[in-house]
Design a protein around this ligand. Structure first.
Ligand SMILES: Cc1cc2nc3c(=O)[nH]c(=O)nc-3n(C[C@H](O)[C@H](O)[C@H](O)COP(=O)(O)O)c2cc1C
Length: 192
């Protein structure tokens, strides 16, 4: 089978990592792959911020934890969000699956292509990583809470431009165990 198709079929979200660091050159290859994703008008207005420094990883985790604690729980709050808020009450809670690398894709706030550009770029990175034996998992916590002051301040601290916001983020690292094969695909295709 074609290698790209094989990689697409075998990539799975990894939620337990060994903690081993991705070598710098391999991280650069992953980020480089993301930069080749299709993007509206070919503008390449995205930014890829990769974090491997332990203190900064902890800082991201703690900001996520504190941001979760600012979300009011009301009747309409989704039970999954409620479970995350409850988890955040534990000061030791880890929201990064113990991964060694966090990648944040930001883009211009007022650019209509920002969301698809960012998602495609991160998808390319995840696929490239998998082809290199590196696992990943998309994490929606940062983009989901990007409007909260705690997360905005963190993004500024990490050097994101003020006219940018987070549209996508994922953790990368070496899988602690072999992920299971994907579920059979739903019948969603119609060819006319
Ligand atoms: C937009 C989006 C948001 C996601 N958010 C999360 C998340 O916050 N936490 C998580 O563990 N996985 C998250 N995922 C991963 C999905 O749960 C996963 O891709 C899906 O269950 C299919 O499994 P697979 O990636 O192993 O094929 C997200 C994926 C996408 C594309």
């Amino acid at each position: 089978m074609n290698e790209v198709i094989r990689a697409i079929e075998t990539r799975r979200s990894v939620r337990k990592f060994t903690g081993a660091m991705i070598p710098r050159s391999e991280l650069e290859t992953i980020l480089h792959a993301g930069s080749y994703a299709p993007n509206g008008m070919g503008s390449q207005e995205w930014r890829f911020t990769a974090v491997q420094d332990d203190m900064t990883l902890q800082r991201i985790n703690e900001s996520i934890r504190l941001a979760l604690l600012t979300i009011p729980v009301i009747a309409e709050t989704h039970p999954y969000v409620v479970s995350l808020i409850e988890k955040a009450e534990n000061e030791q809670a880890n929201f990064n699956y113990g991964a060694s690398t966090y990648v944040i894709v930001s883009h211009q706030k007022d650019n209509g292509n920002a969301m698809p550009d960012s998602a495609l770029a991160l998808g390319y990175m995840m696929l490239a990583a998998h082809s290199m034996g590196i696992g990943s998992c998309w994490l929606n916590l940062l983009p989901g809470m990007a409007g909260l002051p705690i997360i905005r301040n963190l993004m500024t601290e990490l050097g994101l431009p003020e006219n940018h916001t987070v549209y996508a983020s994922a953790v990368f690292g070496y899988a602690a165990k072999e992920p299971e094969a994907a579920e059979p695909r739903k019948d969603v295709v119609r060819i006319l």
